[in-house]
Write a new protein. Structure first.
Length: 307
């Protein structure tokens, strides 16, 4: 077990760094092209001509490979909390690309999210199940609920002009990423049986459909938001929660639900919500400062703010 964690933990942290770099690079690139509608594939064709976006794409692929390695050696509820540190890496890389020092309060909020979600999931003490097969019928209510949540987020984001529409897109993205992570865990079990085993099951084809949809949603999220941190905080918080729910309801993983641990999980959830709220508040404050600075100096250009 300890030997497995020695592989899973570094792979997950390096994967988080890769996702952080990808997020920062892709957000900057999406603001350099014409704004596209939600799930409009033309956005990707425009981005393919942007070197910064290609850097983000390469980082995403490397991060996904590292995530797959981590999931091969560790349970979802252990690996996914470590991936939440991607919000810290994203804020740091975004500031580096903007040639500004990272805002310490944004980083503090990001750390709150990472610590809270890690505590929430690790307190559950997951017991791995048989991940080679999905329990379709037991998982159907969760699938319906997740689908309804994604549709609701997309409808709100399309109908609203309020800045919170970006957070709705981020939540939809996080759900899609969480589902994909859960399915990837199934793929690792199938690959252990044989290299051709995944081709005999629907899981691989579901990943091939849901993965690109989630990725396109993430690009929409980055393009419509002026700061990367609030959206990434929502994505990286929703992703592991959904992944663990899938581990429980689809893959047979079991969580410790003793009263003391449930109380700890509730406290950790409050920390996560507080972190997201704080990052959003601080982000709005920085945007006001950024806009005031642009007006004072008469600088033009795109409206992407650092952080």
């Amino acid at each position: 077990m300890n030997g497995d964690l020695l592989i899973a933990v570094p792979a997950a942290v390096l994967g988080a760094a890769g996702f952080g770099l990808a997020t920062a690079a892709q957000q900057r690139a999406t603001h350099e092209v014409e704004t596209a509608g939600t799930l409009d594939p033309r956005l990707l064709t425009r981005l393919l001509r942007r070197p910064m976006w290609l850097l983000g794409l390469f980082s995403t692929i490397v991060a996904l490979v590292l995530q797959l390695v981590a999931l091969s050696f560790g349970a979802i509820a252990v690996v996914q909390p470590l991936l939440v540190t991607g919000v810290v890496f994203a804020a740091a890389f975004s500031s580096l690309m903007s040639r500004r020092r990272p805002d310490p309060l944004i980083l503090l909020g990001a750390l709150f999210c990472a610590v809270g979600i890690a505590a929430f999931l690790l307190l559950a003490r997951p017991i791995p199940g048989a991940q080679e097969h999905i329990d379709v019928w037991n998982g159907l209510p969760l699938a319906i609920a997740l689908a309804a949540a994604v549709v609701g987020c997309l409808v709100y984001a399309s109908a609203s002009r309020h800045p919170s529409r970006v957070l709705a897109l981020a939540l939809a993205t996080g759900i899609m990423y969480g589902v994909t992570a859960g399915l990837m865990k199934v793929l690792t079990g199938q690959l252990a049986v044989g290299l051709l085993e995944p081709f005999h099951h629907a899981t691989l084809y579901a990943v091939c459909v849901l993965g690109p949809i989630g990725f396109l949603l993430s690009q929409n999220t980055f393009q419509q938001g002026r700061m990367v941190s609030p959206a990434v905080a929502v994505i990286t918080s929703a992703d592991p929660v959904v992944a663990v729910l899938i581990g429980v309801y689809w893959l047979g993983e079991r969580l410790d639900s003793s009263p003391a641990l449930l109380a700890g999980q509730c406290l950790a959830a409050v920390v996560v919500i507080a972190g997201i709220t704080f990052i959003t508040w601080r982000g709005e404050h920085l945007l006001h400062e950024f806009d005031a600075e642009r007006l004072a100096t008469g600088r033009g250009g795109h409206d992407l703010a650092p952080g």
